[in-house]
Design a protein around this ligand. Structure first.
Ligand code: NAP
Length: 257
């Protein structure tokens, strides 16, 4: 079988660690040429080194997705290295915790700026080129938190992740005639460095609430992305794919007994 993303030029944001790093590695292992973008250039370079060790092709790039000029420069860099951008994975995101009473306006703005405005800037920077080439795949990393569930301390985060989906649906309509699709993956609890700070008790209780009994791995998100980036998904746009081990299914804790 021909690899699904063979030779496709792919930009992955927030790819210096966690889910983004794994998306970059999985796509590169499938033959994609990957621009590994992150706020932290050293982290992006470390991902590139891992991809190269595995025999893949990748280039590191520093970009803060909340800055329009950075998003434009990132897409420009991918264009100059690869000649096109076939796939954008807008994955960068932050999830600081603060209850509404303790949340400052600055904290609200920062989360919206990275998670929501960052998606707007990345899509805006790449969509004209995808329209010109009459093909493209845009993938967003949303979350179950916001679109489907809530969690105390993450009102700003949940609003940003739900907001991404509203943006996505209108974007899907704007680009449908150009053979450019835009879809979102909604991960549940995925085992990444980002979850290190939440502590073992949180992780144990979280596992107990997941019907499949364990947290997801970053590969579970990357494989869903790979499908949505594939030719086989060409007729899917403006949709969400939940990757959560069944976490959002139980009506109550009784359903898990
Ligand atoms: P992570 O391990 O913290 O990785 C996120 C990466 O994004 C980091 O390398 C981070 O760099 C980078 N980043 C942060 N702000 C950025 C910015 N302004 N511009 C560019 N890059 C930036 O997080 P993760 O768990 O892999 O999460 C990745 C995505 O999945 C996020 O959108 C998150 O909301 C979503 N998600 C995660 C889970 C989960 O369980 N892990 C569940 C649902 C959704 P620094 O480290 O230098 O800040």
């Amino acid at each position: 079988m021909v690899s699904r993303v063979q030779d496709r030029s792919t930009v992955v944001t927030g790819a210096g660690k966690g889910i983004g790093r794994t998306i970059a590695r999985v796509f590169a292992a499938e033959g994609a040429r990957v621009l590994v973008s992150d706020l932290d250039l050293a982290a992006a370079r470390a991902t590139v080194a891992l991809i190269e060790e595995d025999g893949g092709q990748a280039v590191a790039c520093q970009a803060d997705v909340s800055k329009r000029a950075d998003a434009e420069a990132m897409i420009g860099e991918a264009m100059s290295h690869f000649g096109s951008v076939d796939i954008l994975v807008a994955n960068a995101g932050i999830f600081p915790s603060a209850t509404i009473e303790n949340m400052s306006e600055a904290e609200w703005d920062r989360v919206m700026s990275v998670n929501l405005k960052g998606v707007f800037f990345c899509v805006k920077s790449v969509a004209w080129a995808m329209r010109r080439q009459q093909s493209g795949r845009i993938l967003l990393t949303s979350s179950i938190t916001g679109p489907m569930t809530g969690f105390p301390g993450w009102a700003h985060y949940g609003a940003s992740k739900a907001g991404m989906l509203g943006f996505m649906r209108s974007a899907a309509l704007e680009y449908a005639r150009d053979n450019v699709t835009i879809n979102a993956v909604l991960p549940g609890n995925i085992r990444t460095e980002g979850l290190k700070d939440v502590g073992p008790e949180y992780l144990r209780r979280m596992e107990a609430s997941i019907p499949m009994g364990y947290l997801g791995e970053p590969e579970d998100v990357a494989w869903a992305m790979l499908f949505l980036a594939s030719e086989e998904a060409r007729y899917i746009t403006g949709q969400t794919l939940v990757v959560d081990g069944g976490q959002t299914l139980p009506e109550s804790a009784l359903a898990l007994d």
